[in-house]
Design a protein around this ligand. Structure first.
Ligand code: HEC
Length: 139
């Protein structure tokens, strides 16, 4: 093989690698945040007033910022998201549990189950290191 061909082959291999790496990465803000907004924010946002009523985050858990997602809630501090370990992360464990389990989220009768494809995406995000990118969320 002459040098030009080698360079072309290396460049092609590199291009394939970068493309698949991008395909594999889950973008928190674009792909995970909308799921949490739809299914979880109602009960897990920063304390705020709603129709004159003070609404506190349930279980002390806020899912509206990177820091509080990692901090977790009252029962499972530091175990809401454990980077690399979906099986130890309550944020995903609670979604996967059957509706009838008392730790199932959203709680039975309080919202639709998170679709399986979205659960898989969250699992993958945690497995691959749970990066928030530049997203910080609500202070
Ligand atoms: C309708 C309200 C509601 C919604 C929606 C909801 N939760 Fe909860 N969540 C609760 C309540 C209430 C608790 C406290 C449970 C308890 O103390 O029994 C809780 C507790 C939790 C906890 C335990 C926190 C701790 O450390 O104590 C996790 C994890 C959790 N929720 C995750 C989620 C996720 C993820 C979603 C979205 C898929 C979600 N929740 C949606 C009401 C809700």
């Amino acid at each position: 093989m002459n040098t030009k061909l080698i360079i072309a082959a290396v460049a092609a291999a590199f291009a394939v690698n970068t493309v698949s790496a991008q395909d594999g990465a889950v973008d928190f803000e674009k792909q995970i945040l909308p799921i949490l907004k739809t299914s979880c924010f109602k009960c897990h946002e920063k304390e705020h007033e709603d129709n004159g009523k003070i609404k506190k985050p349930k279980g002390g858990l806020r899912l509206d910022s990177a820091a509080t997602i990692m901090k977790g809630g009252k029962e499972y501090p530091d175990e809401n998201v454990v980077a690399g370990k979906p099986d130890a992360s309550w944020m995903i464990k609670s979604m996967v549990l059957p509706d009838t389990d008392e730790m199932a989220m959203p709680p039975e009768g309080k919202g639709d189950r998170v679709p399986a494809a979205d659960q898989a995406l969250i699992k993958k995000w945690i497995e691959s290191g749970a990066s928030f990118g530049s997203w910080k969320g609500v202070e």
